[in-house]
Ligand binder design. Structure first.
Ligand SMILES: CC(C)(COP(=O)(O)OP(=O)(O)OC[C@H]1O[C@@H](n2cnc3c(N)ncnc32)[C@H](O)[C@@H]1OP(=O)(O)O)[C@@H](O)C(=O)NCCC(=O)NCCSC(=O)C[C@H](O)C(=O)O
Ligand SMILES: [Mg+2]
Length: 281
């Protein structure tokens, strides 16, 4: 949400979103940057966002606002900083060093937007930085990707498939979260649902949103279905059964189930538990 909109920052305290990204970059006009920084950092310091993760998107460090944003954001104490338009692993090191110099704790997350052509050409180099820095998440910047590629952001999102595929592969290879881009057509609920489902199908961990009306369908699509949670519990129980000790493959509720499915089952149960904890407040 735009950092220059105090009404939205207040409303965020009531929204069923896992994470709130308070934006100082593209949603804020140049003349409003300094005021938005004060508003966002004041809101983060004041708190009241409950269990929602709070992330501040700063301007790039190559802009006149970036370093002041970073220092003020670190002092405000969010869960993560989101940096736009990174292009290589050196950018991640530079951001991480700047965070350390600003006194950021080791557990402050560093999220980055994947939205520049050079970023996708260097995605392995960027992802490898996760092993030595605070880097924990990729966010797809589909508006910037469309602009940079001179592509059309149509419902198929064909133009973004190279960005999506390579980013997801890098995210999985280096244990980084990957979050889908935003859907701009706020009044088109059907278009949104199709796009949310496409992102889920591709393997994204979630989707970035721009309006409260987009939250409930996104939560519904990304939450594991009840049947999948029940199957996951059965898979875990089947592998824990002493009668199956030493077995690598089982039949659970009629389905061939290997150790790789046990790993996935554990992830589904963890995600389900996290959602229930969030819902319980
Ligand atoms: C697009 C908007 C400007 C529309 O705002 P508005 O006209 O106020 O919408 P509504 O009247 O329908 O709003 C209804 C109520 O909901 C609140 N609201 C609206 N949007 C948000 C929000 N994002 N977060 C929290 N609350 C919100 C309104 O205040 C109304 O509340 P109430 O008064 O109680 O009824 C606006 O939705 C907006 O600014 N959206 C976010 C834009 C944004 O953050 N853009 C930057 C991220 S996108 C991007 O840059 C991605 C990437 O980099 C890329 O390259 O793709
Ligand atoms: Mg962008």
């Amino acid at each position: 949400m735009p950092g220059a909109n105090p009404r939205a920052l207040e409303k965020a305290k009531t929204l069923a979103a896992d994470t709130l990204i308070l934006d100082l970059e593209d949603a804020v006009a140049p003349d409003a940057k300094a005021e938005a920084r004060d508003t966002v950092c004041g809101a983060v310091k004041a708190g009241g966002y409950g269990k929602r993760e709070v992330v501040i998107r700063i301007n790039g460090l190559d802009t006149e606002w970036g370093m002041d944003d970073l220092k003020a954001a670190v002092a405000a104490g969010p869960d993560a900083i989101l940096a736009p338009k990174v292009i290589d692993g050196g950018d991640i090191d530079h951001l991480d060093d700047a965070l350390s110099r600003a006194g950021a704790p080791e557990d402050l997350g560093l999220w980055v937007m994947i939205e520049m052509p050079k970023a996708i050409l260097n995605i392995k180099d960027i992802a490898e930085a996760a092993g030595r820095t605070r880097l924990t998440a990729f966010v797809m910047g589909t508006n910037d990707i469309a602009k940079e590629l001179r592509a059309v952001n149509d419902p198929s999102r064909l133009a973004f498939q190279t960005f999506f595929g390579l980013t997801l592969a890098a995210a999985r290879a280096y244990d980084i979260l990957a979050i889908d881009g935003v859907y701009n057509d706020i009044s088109n609920a059907e278009g949104l649902e199709n796009e949310v489902r496409q992102g889920r199908l591709l393997g994204f961990d979630g989707k970035t949103l721009i309006h409260p009306s987009q939250i409930s369908i996104t939560n519904e699509v990304f939450a594991p279905a009840e049947a999948d949670v029940a199957q996951a519990h059965d898979v875990i129980a089947a592998f824990a059964d002493p009668a199956n000790a030493g077995k690598g493959v089982l039949k659970v509720n009629g389905k061939m189930t290997e150790l790789l499915h046990l790993e996935e089952a554990r992830r589904i149960v963890e995600v389900d538990a996290a959602i229930k904890e969030m819902e319980a407040g």
